[in-house]
Design a protein around this ligand. Structure first.
Ligand code: HEC
Length: 109
């Protein structure tokens, strides 16, 4: 292998490694979009039922901190009456959840 080939192989490997485990967009589609919608607007059947806020709206984004978003994803969320509205997400590492918080921030228009 020439040096340039070795470089390309290494670069591709590191891209593959960095997306693996932190595929926030994929996790969003799989675990979050059924309520929040793929675009984050919450215009889904579940979204309407739960009257979910529009995550593309800067005002909505200003209502929670990254820590609160992380907690909502990790532990779930309840409404004022203590009823669970967003279940704790299972099967994701803390890293995945942090990546999701960052992803949620990119939904803001
Ligand atoms: C069963 C439906 C449901 C699913 C699935 C769901 N959420 Fe939520 N989520 C809610 C509801 C309901 C709220 C609170 C409604 C509001 O205030 O707009 C909420 C609020 C949030 C908030 C705002 C945090 C806060 O404290 O107000 C974030 C960020 C969020 N969800 C991210 C996610 C992510 C990321 C996923 C996927 C891992 C996800 N949600 C999956 C229903 C859901």
């Amino acid at each position: 292998m020439t040096t340039i080939h070795r470089f390309i192989v290494l670069a591709l490997a590191s891209i593959a490694l960095s997306t693996y485990g932190a595929d926030a967009a994929g996790n969003w589609k799989e675990s979050c979009a059924k309520c929040h919608g793929e675009d984050g607007k919450g215009e889904t059947k579940m979204g309407r039922k739960l009257s979910i806020g529009d995550l593309t709206d800067a005002k909505m984004q200003a209502k929670f901190t990254d820590e609160e978003a992380f907690k909502a994803i990790k532990s779930g969320r309840t409404d004022a009456n203590g009823k669970t509205t967003m279940k704790a997400i299972e099967g994701l590492s803390d890293e995945d959840m942090k990546a999701l918080v960052a992803y949620v921030r990119t939904l803001k228009k």
